[in-house]
Structure formats: structure tokens, C-alpha cells
Ligand binder design. Structure first.
Ligand code: NDP
Length: 253
């Protein structure tokens, strides 16, 4: 068992759920390592956390770049928790007309990115004596919806990665937690999905009284990660009360 301040790596920590999770884990006593492509954002967040008396470091990283991920992992002294949060959706077209480039990109970030960081950090997580891998999937990893096939396929891939890894490493001191959120209103998720079209992005949340917030999910992740090491929250699906399924959302329009 490693002593000293535990280290939590959060990918996609430059916005939304990742940034909120970094804040929560830092407050829970972790040295948080913030990884994302936008350096200025993670540096600003790390600065904010350090000013508040927490431990935080920023590392510019593209999780789809294996060599960069390996170099990042080699530079860490230890790793107790890995939050595979980097990801997202691109496009909402039907299968008949969806852009294969969007599909490829979603698979690259949500599945291969998670594979890269998990493979690179698994030795350190095992070495820690009590490691935790969190995979942020989605309710889209558990059921489909029209216009969602590319994202749904990618998140199903991430779900399968988490479920299979749990089987394969049972008996080692590493647990695998999957968090599958429903509708979360974050600043960038829908805008990214619609390639910057703010009007289309706003429609996702139109009339929905109270979607989840990034902090709701950060709270859930932090709760799962801070259970005693022998407790494994295999899968937690979290939706706002107004969302009964991927296709049934109460709207007040
Ligand atoms: P955001 O768009 O705010 O966050 C996505 C994060 O991923 C950004 O910080 C981005 O940082 C990072 N990222 C994207 N590509 C890469 C890459 N190649 N390498 C490293 N980082 C990358 O969305 P959310 O916070 O809403 O989503 C976070 C996660 O939760 C995603 O996996 C998403 O699929 C999942 N989720 C979201 C839901 C929602 O309704 N919002 C619902 C269910 C799941 P940067 O651009 O700086 O690299």
C-alpha cells in the first residue's frame, strides 16, 4: 500500500464533468492531475485549485496519441485513480447519412482514448495497492436512440471495455467503475456534437426543467471513488428525474 497523497488523473478536465470532478476530487484530498488538449484551461483550473490549498497539476494531453499517453504515464510518480472522462458526441444524423469521419473520431476518443490511458496507467494503478479505474460511459452505452448510432456505438464500446477489464483483472487490487449519465447540461457537450451550432445545441435542453449538472456527476464519481477499496460500484446509471429513458424526456415548452 502506497503512503502519501493519492493521485487522481482526470482526462478531459478542461470543461464540464471532468473539470467538476477534478474540483471534487481535489477537495476530497487527491492530488489531481488534469489532462486535456487545451493547456490554458487546465493550467487555469490547476492554478485555482492550488490557490485554494489543494494539490493539482496540469498536463496537456491528447488521449488519442498513444506515444503522448505513454510519455505522460511515465512522468507520473504514482497513480491511484484514473477517471476516463475525455470523450463526447459528434453529429446526430441517422445511420443512412451519418458522417463516417464523425463515427471514427468518436470511437477514437471514447474507446481508443480510454484504452490508451487505461493500458498506460494500469501498472501504476496496480502498484498503488488500491487502484480505481472509472469509465465515463453514458446511458447511450446501454440503449440506442434515433440519430444517436455513432455515439451509442462508441459508448457501448467503452462499456464493454469496462466490463471486460473488470473480469480480466479480478484478483488484482484494481477496481473498475462505470458511471453512465443521462442528460447533463454542460457548456460544451451539445455544441461540440453539433459542430458549433449553438441553436441546435440549445434545443437538446429546451424546456427540460432540471437536467443534471456537471457537479451532479462529479459528486457521483467522487462518492463511488471514495467507497472503501473492497467495494466496487460496477455500474451507476444516473439520469435527471425528468428523463425516464433515452427517448422519453419531460419538457415544459
Ligand atoms: P465536454 O465537451 O465539456 O467535455 C469533454 C472533455 O473531453 C473536454 O474537456 C475535452 O477537452 C476532452 N477531450 C476531448 N477530446 C479529447 C482528446 N482527444 N484528448 C483529451 N481530452 C479530450 O463534455 P461533458 O463534460 O459533458 O462530457 C464529459 C464526458 O461525459 C464525455 O465522455 C461524454 O461523452 C460523457 N457524457 C456526457 C453527457 C452529457 O449529457 N453532457 C451524458 C453522458 C455522458 P479538450 O478539448 O481541452 O481536449
Amino acid at each position: 500500500m502506497t503512503t502519501g497523497t493519492p493521485v487522481a488523473v482526470v482526462t478531459g478536465a478542461s470543461s464540464g464533468i471532468g473539470a467538476a470532478t477534478a474540483r471534487r476530487l481535489a477537495a476530497a484530498g487527491y492530488h489531481v492531475v488534469l489532462a486535456a488538449r487545451r493547456a490554458e484551461r487546465i493550467e487555469a483550473l490547476a492554478g485555482e485549485l492550488v490557490s485554494a490549498g489543494h494539490r493539482a497539476t496540469a498536463h496537456t494531453l491528447d488521449v488519442t496519441d498513444r506515444a503522448a499517453v505513454d510519455a505522460f504515464a511515465a512522468g507520473l510518480d504514482r497513480c491511484d485513480v484514473l477517471i476516463n472522462n475525455a470523450g463526447g458526441a459528434l453529429g446526430a444524423d441517422p445511420v443512412a447519412t451519418g458522417d463516417p469521419a464523425d463515427w471514427r473520431r468518436m470511437f477514437e476518443v471514447n474507446v481508443i482514448g480510454t484504452l490508451h490511458t487505461t493500458q498506460a496507467l494500469l501498472p501504476a494503478l496496480t502498484e498503488s495497492g488500491d487502484g480505481t479505474v472509472v469509465v465515463l460511459t453514458s446511458t447511450a452505452g446501454h440503449g440506442t436512440y434515433e440519430g444517436g448510432a455513432g455515439y451509442v456505438a462508441a459508448k457501448h464500446g467503452a462499456h464493454v471495455l469496462a466490463e471486460t477489464l473488470r473480469l480480466e483483472i479480478v484478483g488484482t487490487p484494481v477496481r473498475v467503475i462505470e458511471i453512465a449519465p443521462g442528460m447533463v447540461r454542460t457548456e460544451e457537450f451539445a455544441t461540440t456534437r453539433f459542430h458549433g451550432d449553438a441553436e441546435k445545441a440549445a434545443k437538446v435542453y429546451a424546456g427540460v426543467p432540471e437536467p443534471l449538472t456537471a457537479d451532479d456527476i462529479a459528486d457521483t464519481i467522487t462518492w463511488a471513488v471514495t467507497r472503501p477499496p473492497h467495494v466496487n460500484i460496477d455500474l451507476l446509471m444516473v439520469r435527471p428525474r425528468v428523463q425516464a429513458s433515452n427517448t422519453k424526456v419531460h419538457r415544459e415548452l
